[in-house]
Design a protein around this ligand. Structure first.
Ligand code: SAH
Length: 264
């Protein structure tokens, strides 16, 4: 007997609605066949949004051939010159990695990643980044992510083919979307800002920290990486972002008289 109550599961059409918000972003892919296979992997699991950042060869008949019945996804794929444009409108960004890097970032296994994506506020889009066949995602690209996701593998041979990695992720997304149970409903008044807004904030933060002589210009990377981790955990909404930007602007203006908090 199915122990899960009917109200805890979603119908296929409800799941389709949820999955429509997931973007698969393939960065700088070398082999177009992998793009076609990824499109197929997506379509069988009900994902449809394929985004390509500077693919080496595109469009490609090899991609269409390997996509098989999912050639429509290839034709509809959005091609971007840079990651910024691929992430426009996304509030949550996950990066997939074959290796667990020394850079310590919040990490999720595939199932936890799928649940986290489903908890994202309605109307917000989620991006899942996949790296190059030869060397995966760069450190800069990883720093754009809220979480890194590693598909559990044989520790001696952990690198999946790109399209197969897309397949595993897409399957877990579908299962989570159908399952419904156990996912929390996000508060309705919390809409985290999108990736571009976060990037503008980090630029402002870096400049402000330079201006107030907190950031050492000869070694800016480490501190900015830690601060990115902090603010990526916080996921500020637009109101909170306005406050943070206001604080930065005030610190940059400087030249203020001493003042005390009135606790009366
Ligand atoms: N040699 C590269 C592997 C690239 S495989 C490296 O060591 O990083 C191409 C892409 O497939 C990766 O960037 C990642 O997006 C995905 N991928 C492959 N294996 C994966 C795994 N075990 N977990 C998560 N993603 C994986």
């Amino acid at each position: 007997m199915n122990s899960r109550a009917a109200k805890d599961t979603r119908s296929a059409s409800e799941a389709a609605e949820v999955l429509a918000r997931f973007r698969i972003v393939l960065i700088n892919t070398t082999h177009p066949g992998n793009i076609g296979s990824a499109a197929r992997a997506m379509k069988v699991m009900g994902l449809s949004q394929l985004h390509l950042v500077s693919p080496k060869t595109w469009p490609s008949s090899e991609a269409t051939a390997l996509a098989s019945g999912a050639a429509d996804l290839c034709h509809a794929a959005q091609v971007h010159e840079d990651l910024d444009s691929a992430l426009a409108g996304c509030s949550l960004v996950l990066g997939t990695s074959a290796r667990l890097r020394s850079l310590s970032m919040p990490q999720l296994d595939v199932r936890a990643a799928a649940r986290t994506c489903l908890q994202e506020a309605p109307g917000q889009e989620v991006a899942i980044l996949f790296g190059r066949e030869a060397y995966g995602l760069t450190n800069e690209e990883m720093q754009r992510c809220h979480y890194l996701v590693h598909i559990e593998t044989n520790p001696e041979f952990g690198s999946l083919n790109l399209a197969q990695a897309v397949q595993v992720m897409a399957y877990e997304f579908r299962m989570a979307a159908l399952g419904g149970a156990g996912t929390q409903v996000p508060p309705t008044d919390w809409m985290p800002v999108d990736a571009q807004e976060m990037e503008r904030f980090y630029e402002h933060l870096e400049q402000a920290l330079l201006d107030i002589r907190f950031l050492n210009p000869s070694q800016p990377k480490r501190l900015m990486m830690r601060l990115r981790r902090l603010f990526n955990r916080a996921r500020p909404d637009q109101n909170e972002m306005n406050i943070l930007r206001g604080v930065l602007a005030a610190a940059q203006r400087g030249d203020y008289p001493p003042s005390k908090v009135d606790k009366s």
